[in-house]
Write a protein that binds this ligand. Structure first.
Ligand SMILES: *[C@@H]1O[C@H](CO)[C@@H](O)[C@H](O)[C@H]1NC(C)=O
Length: 291
């Protein structure tokens, strides 16, 4: 009698352990990968670690950061942005290292009045220097559903993707003297804050606080990346469900076609063509062919 009870409880126990391992391996666990770092209870992880939200009210925004530091890889996250009147709000989602000569790879989503388009602002900092903005409209409403925003960071190039469509490529141009992020591990950061002095139509449209709190949602984080332990890098994936896409060295023809499509129809600002801003000539990486 006693032994069969033991048998049953052993079985149940093994079952529970296996189930929780399966959850960790297949669903991802935002508790495990991120810390809420700013904004008190305005940042939340819920649904058993499957969903994260940040919110902004008159008193504060909120933010999170990854527990891991990464050095190269492909990082995917699905975001659903602040819906309705999001004018004046900015949702930043980026990779960054620390210090005055830090490197950074940025997505920033600039909110707008209901029905007016969000702007996706991108930038790349190397050795503490940015000024490499490109901005895009999106070909969908980013507040209706979750969409996947990805960064492929390799020694040869950085690619920004939206729903797996490349929107921007920053090539390694060290051979012509442009620093490239390759020695400093980066964490993933995100924050939702008020920037109504510049975000929407250059600051003309202010945040409507009667609509607060403003909330953005995150899910399905995947890092097919090398994590940095402080002394060494280990290149294991922290997720199943890998697509291997970051293994490709160059964009394949369909990727190049889609990149051209986005740049032709959705790009609204490119520092590389801003001759007013760079009267002495655009930065050297701009003069290279795009691919
Ligand atoms: C907001 O909408 C206006 C009007 O369509 C547009 O000019 C602007 O680029 C949009 N986005 C931002 C962030 O200002």
């Amino acid at each position: 009698m006693g032994s069969s009870w033991n048998g049953v409880s052993m079985f149940v126990l093994v079952g529970l352990v296996v189930n929780s391992l399966v959850v960790v391996a297949f669903a991802g666990d935002l508790y495990q990968d991120f810390d809420l770092t700013w904004g008190g209870n305005r940042g939340k992880i819920f649904n058993g670690g499957k969903l994260l939200s940040l919110s902004l009210d008159r008193d504060s925004g909120s933010g999170f950061q990854s527990k891991n530091e990464y050095l190269f890889g492909r990082i995917d996250m699905q975001l659903k942005l602040v819906a309705g009147n999001s004018a004046g709000t900015v949702t930043a989602y980026y990779l960054s290292s620390q210090g005055p000569t830090h490197d950074e790879i940025d997505f920033e989503f600039l909110g707008n009045l209901s029905g007016d388009p969000y702007v996706l602002h991108t930038n790349v900092y190397t050795q503490g220097k940015g000024n490499r903005e490109q901005q895009f409209y999106l070909w969908f409403d980013p507040t209706r559903n979750f969409h996947t925003y990805s960064i492929i960071w390799k020694p040869q190039h950085i690619i920004f993707l939206v729903d797996n469509i490349p929107i921007r490529v920053f090539k390694n141009a060290e051979s012509i003297g442009v620093p490239f992020p390759k020695n400093q591990p980066m964490r993933i950061y995100s924050s939702l804050w008020n920037a109504d002095d510049w975000a929407t139509r250059g600051g003309l449209v202010k945040t409507d606080w009667t609509k607060a709190p403003f909330t953005a949602y995150y899910r399905n984080f995947k890092a097919n990346a090398c994590t940095w332990s402080g002394t060494a890098s280990s290149c294991a994936s922290t997720s199943s469900n890998l697509d291997g896409a970051w293994e490709t060295n160059e964009l394949e023809a369909p990727g190049r076609r889609r990149l051209r499509w986005v740049q032709k129809y959705f790009m609204i600002y490119n520092y590389c063509t801003d001759l007013k801003r760079f009267p002495q000539g655009v930065p050297p990486e701009c003069k290279r062919p795009r691919f």
